[in-house]
Write a protein that binds this ligand. Structure first.
Ligand code: ADP
Ligand code: MG
Length: 338
């Protein structure tokens, strides 16, 4: 899915949205369409305008220019509580004195949903985030990952049209974060709510998203599926931000070849017909557990990183350091930068 479906009313549409803070241009004219039920990610480095964009969608900020639509309705001037959105922040502050169930049901109580219906919906939400039986606990009796799921349940229980999530896994350690990425994606599929998810973590974005927008300096560099942005990055920024970019220039054309597409030929090994072969010298060997990275200085002056899986686990890759090598790749696996 590379583009939003033009036949359907999108869950979210931004047109020419801009936001300045004094001299700082936080969001510099963003156009965006998100389909109903999509898991859509805003990916970019710190300061690229992700949080500001999310706050504009939620209505906590008013744009200086542009238009914001939710479900086909212009909400540009509509205050946050009258928009069909909910937001989950990184520091998902739960009410410490309330039980888990009361935390989750809080929004429904404020809306005046009657107790029996409220309890039913809270139970369903607890099931959804796999916290059944923990409804009576206090937040401080839960692990970090469990608290994060309570925050999610608290937002999802309101059944918003669009759920906005600002680096919700940022406070968790790597292993838990990776588990939660998979759980969160599953929950999103189950409930079918449109997610607009903010992260600076490229692997997280590639793992979870149906589509993503890569942001830099308040502007969108590229929108596409994870495969689109990884295999066919539109700009050098995208190529470098998502993965190791390996930019080379030949006959004035700049192109990229990803490390995993490069073969290091063994001594005497012939490249396949049609492959490009470059001579160089291994400058550095970096062992990273699952694989080893080889930083190679090409004889013609540029530098490439090649990567090999540690299939034979001998741990003797260091012996390549300083040695001459031949690198080979298929031209089909390169892409030209604009
Ligand atoms: P991100 O979430 O991608 O890290 P932000 O949206 O928080 O980026 O910030 C984008 C830019 O706007 C940054 O340069 C930031 O310093 C600036 N900015 C954000 N909020 C404010 C604010 N309330 N006042 C002044 N500048 C702000
Ligand atoms: Mg932010």
């Amino acid at each position: 899915m590379t583009e939003a479906d033009p036949a359907k009313t999108p869950a979210l549409r931004l047109q020419g949205v801009r936001k300045n803070y004094g001299q700082v241009v936080a969001v510099a004219g963003v156009d965006l369409v998100v389909d109903e039920g999509e898991f859509f990610t805003l990916l970019g480095p710190s300061g690229s305008g992700k949080t500001t964009l999310l706050r504009l969608i939620a209505g906590f900020e008013r744009p200086d220019a542009g238009r914001i639509e939710l479900g086909g309705r212009d909400v540009t001037s509509v205050p946050p509580h009258l928009r069909d959105t909910n937001t989950v922040f990184q520091d998902y502050a739960l009410f410490p004195h309330m039980s888990v169930a009361d935390n989750i049901g809080y929004g429904l109580r404020v809306k005046g949903v009657a107790k029996p219906a409220r309890e039913r919906r809270v139970q369903r939400a607890l099931q959804m985030v796999r916290l059944e039986g923990l409804g009576l606990r206090r937040p401080n009796q839960l692990s970090g990952g469990q608290r994060q799921r309570v925050a999610l349940a608290r937002a999802v229980v309101n059944e918003p049209e669009v759920l906005l999530l600002d680096e919700p896994l940022g406070a968790l350690d790597l292993k838990l974060r990776q588990e939660m990425q998979i759980e969160l994606k599953q929950i999103q599929k189950d409930v079918g709510i449109t997610f607009v998810y903010v992260t600076h973590d490229q692997e997280e974005a590639l793992t979870m998203s149906d589509r993503l927008a890569v942001l830099a300096n308040g502007q969108i560099e590229q929108i596409g599926s994870p495969v689109d942005v990884y295999e066919r990055p539109a700009t050098e920024f995208v190529a470098g931000f998502i993965g190791i970019s390996n930019v080379l220039t030949r006959d004035g054309v700049r192109f990229v070849v990803r490390p995993e597409k490069i073969r290091m030929l063994a001594e005497g090994e012939e490249a396949d017909p049609g492959m490009t072969v470059e001579l160089g010298r291994v400058e550095e060997v970096i062992y990273v557990g699952m694989n080893t990275r080889y930083v190679v200085h090409l004889d013609r002056g540029e530098q490439l990183v090649a990567v090999r899986q540690n299939m034979d686990a001998l741990g003797d890759a260091q012996k390549f350091e300083g040695r001459p090598v031949r690198l080979a790749w298929t031209p089909d696996h390169t892409f030209v930068l604009e």
